[in-house]
Design a protein around this ligand. Structure first.
Ligand SMILES: [Zn+2]
Length: 301
């Protein structure tokens, strides 16, 4: 049994995972606005508190995998714009509480990608891409069944590909990044703005509002503009890496009934692709928000 922890932009998921990738036990904690004021202490307190309770219930805390957003290296979250973490050595801090545990930390999109590749939607593909569309955009690439891992940094920051010269300012400091046009955050903001919905409307409430207004011109236009930008980004990735399949995960999965078919339709028109035949498959992630926990527990070293 391994422990897998997914630190997301809005919540922390802690799971006990068996060797088949089944989550036996799970604890979720949402990050409130006040928790963000001291986010480092909050993360540690939540993880250590939960694992100490589990330990008392005879669960061995021997192997801990952590999926963390942003640039991660040697147990340190070097730079996570979405959580406001800079040079945060989480591994070192957790080792103080669990000195005998083996602790590994990796970029969250890579962890989710490894889970989808091993037991999810990408199982049957050797050359494939995982694209995580959420608050930002992250991802990974596999060639011959292996995750491509550059030495200098974790790489595959698809979200920070520049698709507009002098475009919108990104949280990374650059302008015109793909995630300023193709992330779920941007899609949801545009829908809320154009339908004059409350700024904090989220989840199923927001999806119901979209479905109710799906035939309105303004909604059609927002969806079409969003998917056009998404197709530009995906085509750039495909033109370079020529995968057999692209798996779309993250918050996008919750909007599958609204966005997936029109995305495929637009993508298969192939207007931005270099090779217009033998097109890659576009598939939906299968493991949902469990992918980070499973991937960090089982597949990172
Ligand atoms: Zn950026």
């Amino acid at each position: 049994m391994n422990i897998g922890i997914d630190i997301g932009g809005s919540h922390i998921g802690i799971g006990l995972v068996d060797s088949n990738g089944e989550i036996i036990k799970q604890k979720d904690k949402y990050i409130k606005v006040k928790d963000r004021l001291n986010i480092e202490d909050f993360i540690e307190k939540e993880i250590i508190g939960t694992l100490k309770v589990w330990q008392k219930n005879n669960i061995a805390i021997e192997s801990i995998g952590i999926a963390a957003p942003g640039i991660v290296s040697n147990g340190e979250i070097k730079y996570s714009v979405n959580l406001g973490l800079f040079g945060y050595n989480l591994k070192e801090r957790l080792l103080k509480a669990f000195p005998n545990a083996k602790i590994c930390i990796k970029n969250d999109a890579k962890c989710a990608a490894l889970a989808e590749k091993n037991i999810g939607a990408l199982k049957k593909y050797d050359d494939c891409i995982f694209l995580c569309l959420g608050t930002g955009i992250g991802g990974a690439a596999f060639y011959n069944g292996k995750l491509i891992e550059p030495k200098r940094s974790s790489g595959f920051e698809y979200g920070h590909m520049v698709i507009r010269s002098n475009g919108r300012t990104c949280r990374c400091g650059n302008r015109g990044c793909f995630e300023q046009y193709g992330s779920m955050r941007i899609f949801k903001n545009n829908i809320r703005y154009n339908l004059k919905l409350p700024k904090d409307m989220e989840g199923e409430k927001l999806r119901i509002a979209i479905r109710k207004n799906i035939n309105k011109e303004v909604v059609k236009r927002v969806i079409d503009d969003y998917l056009e930008n998404l197709c530009i980004g995906i085509a750039n990735i495909v033109n370079i890496l020529e995968p057999k399949a692209i798996c779309i995960g993250g918050g996008f999965a919750k909007y599958e009934d609204i966005l997936m078919e029109p995305l495929k339709e637009k993508f298969y028109k192939a207007s931005h692709l270099f090779y217009k035949d033998n097109l890659p498959e576009v598939v939906m992630a299968e493991l949902g928000n469990k992918a980070g926990i499973i991937g960090s527990a089982l597949y990172i070293k």
